[in-house]
Design a protein around this ligand. Sequence first.
Ligand code: HSE
Length: 433
Amino acid sequence: MNTPHVRLGVIGAGNVGRAFVEMLTDESRQIALLDGATAVLDLVAVAVRDLDAARVGVDRALLVDDALAVAARDDVDILVELAGGVEPARTWIETALRRGASVVTANKTLMAEHGTELARLAHENGADLLYEASVAGGIPIIRALRTSLAGEKINRVLGIVNGTTNFILSQMTSEGRDYAEALKEAQDLGYAEADPTADVEAFDAAAKVQILSSLAIGTALRGEPISREGISAVRSVDVEFARRAGYVIKLIGVVERVGEHGLSRRTHPAFIPVEHPLAAVHGAMNAVFIEGDKSGPLMWLGQGAGGAPSATAVLGDVLHAARNRVSGRHDVPFSVDDRLQSVDAGELSSVFYLSLDVRDEPGVLAQVAGVFGRHQVSIQSMEQSGFGREARLSFLTHEVKARDVASTIEDLAQLASVDSIGASIRVIDGGVA
Ligand code: HSE
């Protein structure tokens, strides 16, 4: 019997692309098939932006600079898109899918914005569209949600899905750094970009929440925007208060069922109880914590970025797509639950932390407490720390609606005795049975 060959075209030879090509050894190119036979992966082209830039581990004879031509090549059975961004990646992927080639991508932005229609296009053309590396790099969360947990009702997903912000918050917690120092450290180590906005303002995490929600709960990939708050307002005093109260601050992505058909998708900093498994996720690591109806709590931990970890996810997808091709199959796209309604983040209740810098004068606390009371925001505990004529008031509320906290803050800002208002941070409840 002839050994089947499955041919790969790669677009992009950055960190992940290079690591992926280096992983294509003679051994890993052999695909074990169920009947004991093997198929072989052949790399036929690697499209790069600059043909002259040196790339360790990539055979120069395979390099081309026309990515669209690679996507359109008849002899490319699987297109591996590792360039990122919406366009021209979307055009390359559509080109490959339309002619029935499968696609493996690490492109979270594209999948978050156009995943639903691309998945449909893949299905119509009998092809696979696989994107394990797009969320939490080397953690195999997408296949777990798609297959192992396909029959489970998932009530909540809490993810630390951005390594840069987890590194920054970890440095603030364990090394006592302030936000600016920790960000600089993250930039020096290559975690954060020179412009860190995508990470620190949680755009990156929001795209990952979008993808996770489609797989965990069945929402269309493109839908209403994810409610998004980043970490740039978190200060050392907040981290310190959290520590004293038995919490650590993490940027989390949340996908949560609310009632029968409600769904909340959001990303924001949160107080996590120190005994929660997510509190032990340090540095640039990622983790995804799932609360299943029957499974109970589940957690995955691992490297969410970096060439080699992400490339393992890409290679896993490539081998899966290759086996499917050899056996004439493709994966059926996930189903979308049309009954789901997005719940406004303002309508959700939780315990909140907030802090204010105020003048330390008679009557100020009464004024502040009055504003809380007018908005039905009940105070659970309060701590005052002083600075001469200035004082900081830190509060933990009882369970209150986020919108009532927002209107409390608006009114507090009008008080002459309030100098500044810090971050308001939700406290995440239990979750471990
Ligand atoms: N910048 C991301 C992070 C990795 O810090 O986790 C790519 O999504």
